[in-house]
Design a binder for this molecule. Structure first.
Ligand SMILES: NC(=O)c1ccc[n+]([C@@H]2O[C@H](COP(=O)([O-])OP(=O)(O)OC[C@H]3O[C@@H](n4cnc5c(N)ncnc54)[C@H](O)[C@@H]3O)[C@@H](O)[C@H]2O)c1
Length: 435
């Protein structure tokens, strides 16, 4: 069922800023034996197989044929010409001494010219940008880049993970409703097609698995879903689940299963990296806000549990604060209530590192999407919801946000692909009288 990986896997990232450079430098460091891929389920996680008494708990990477980290090559696009050594140094996420140990390899990775339009990311001005008569011509230029990259790097397979900036808020509209309309819109320079969707179109058209790390619409429109079915391409999105939302989807399911009520959840962030600067623009923030707000509603189901969650006040803020750099601080104030309605408070102050949390997600998505491609899975890969703040689901279905359910779905998909029994945790380990 799963084809073994042969040859090299090329991982392409549109956007080669903090997340992409931290990811790439990290994989190079792991391959040199300098460090360990901490935070990566595909590399460090184990999977239970069969009955508990069998004691079979292999590492996921030993259980399922994933591409090996030393068979991976990196490429991508950015609006700045900086190579990956320069980009990682500017991002100031990783220690300069570590980057210096990886300097020749990082310097060799240079971005290709981007498809970019300032209208969609108002805070950025780039110089390393393609020109084209219309958006279709730009999509074709990206496809040429991809073919050239594949040949020059001798890759057997490719995947693309969007690591570019968050664009201004766009709602799905008529131009996104079918492949025909999207292609016409690309030829007519329709303003509802942002650069991220042009990359996504190019990848899916070529049958290259695609994941979206930002909250942009990207592959989350009917036209791309249809194209993914036509070209038999796996797609997944959107918006990497890292700092505050990661905490929210760990904590909220716990409060819910104990039938504790929640009156309010106020979340605020301060961060000072380029992502924070981009999100300082209200239109880009709106895209992020929509992505972050859906989480609690799906986990808590206020419609089914009105006494506990109907009046929940949920607020999310992001503030650009340069002194913090990539080290984001996420505060949460949670007003909960228990037995007979008595109130309590939970305060979280998560001093996190954004790109340190995002880098292993890029790795896992790339490896699992490549696996999906070799397993003849295509269309929306809901089993990868685990990695996203705003998971893309099939039309008519609500996304799953509970991280524990997401994790089981991911593991069961791997068991299924390898012909192992699915695990439901329903096995009886107590005595009862048969009727
Ligand atoms: N770090 C996290 O924890 C996290 C979590 C969820 C989502 N994200 C998203 O991931 C993305 C990357 O985050 P980051 O911290 O690396 O930001 P960053 O600003 O450091 O990097 C983004 C890069 O994308 C480039 N870019 C913008 N538009 C482009 C285009 N059209 N084509 C090619 N390159 C383009 C920018 O020049 C920049 O170098 C952002 O959208 C962010 O919102 C990050």
């Amino acid at each position: 069922m799963v084809k073994e990986p042969q040859g090299k896997l090329g991982i392409l990232t549109p956007g080669m800023g903090a997340v992409a450079s931290t990811f790439i430098a990290g994989v190079l460091a792991v391959n040199k034996g300098i460090s360990a891929p901490i935070g990566s389920l595909s590399q460090m996680g184990r999977i239970r197989l069969g009955k508990r008494t069998e004691n079979r708990n292999p590492l996921i990477k030993d259980f399922i044929p994933l591409a090996k980290l030393d068979e991976v090559v990196f490429g991508g696009w950015d609006i700045f010409e900086d190579n990956m050594y320069e980009s990682a140094s500017n991002a100031q996420v990783l220690d300069q001494r570590l980057l210096d140990q990886l300097k020749p390899e990082l310097e060799a990775i240079k971005p290709m010219k981007a498809v970019f339009d300032k209208k969609y990311v108002k805070k950025l001005d780039g110089t390393w940008v393609k020109q084209g008569k219309n958006k279709m011509e730009l999509a074709e230029a990206l496809m040429d880049d991809i073919r050239r990259f594949k040949e020059e790097n001798n890759c057997e397979r490719l995947v693309m993970v969007w690591c570019g900036s968050t664009e201004v808020y766009t709602e799905a509209s008529d131009v996104h409703s079918s492949i025909g309309k999207l292609e016409e819109g690309l030829r007519n320079n329709d303003p509802a097609i942002p650069p991220s969707m042009i990359y996504c179109y190019a990848a899916v058209k070529m049958g290259i698995p695609y994941a979206n790390g930002a909250p942009n619409l990207s592959c989350d429109v009917p036209a791309i879903v249809e194209l993914a079915k036509q070209t038999k391409t796996p797609i997944a999105g959107k918006d990497f689940k890292t700092g505050q939302t990661l905490m929210k989807t760990i904590l909220a399911p716990g409060l819910k299963v104990r039938s504790l009520g929640i009156r309010g959840w106020f979340s605020t962030n301060i961060l000072g990296n380029r992502d924070g600067e981009v999100l300082d623009d209200p239109d880009s923030f709106k895209t992020k806000e929509v992505s972050k707000l859906g989480v609690l509603e799906q986990i808590l189901h206020p419609d089914e549990n009105p006494e506990l969650y109907k009046n929940l006040y949920h607020k999310v803020r992001i503030n650009y604060y340069p002194p913090h750099g990539d080290n984001k601080e996420g505060w949460d104030n949670i007003d909960i209530f228990g037995w007979l309605g008595y109130g309590m408070q939970i305060k979280i102050d998560f001093l996190c590192r954004d790109s340190i949390l995002a880098a292993p997600i890029v790795l896992d998505l790339a490896l699992f999407l490549d696996l999906a491609g070799r397993s003849d899975l295509y269309g929306i890969q809901e089993w990868l919801s685990f990695y996203f703040k705003s998971p893309q689901a099939a039309e008519g279905l609500k996304p799953q946000h509970d991280i524990f359910v997401q994790n089981e779905k991911l593991l069961n998909t791997l068991r299924h692909l390898m012909g192992e029994d699915l695990i439901t945790h329903l096995g009886m380990d107590y005595y009862y009288d048969e009727q």
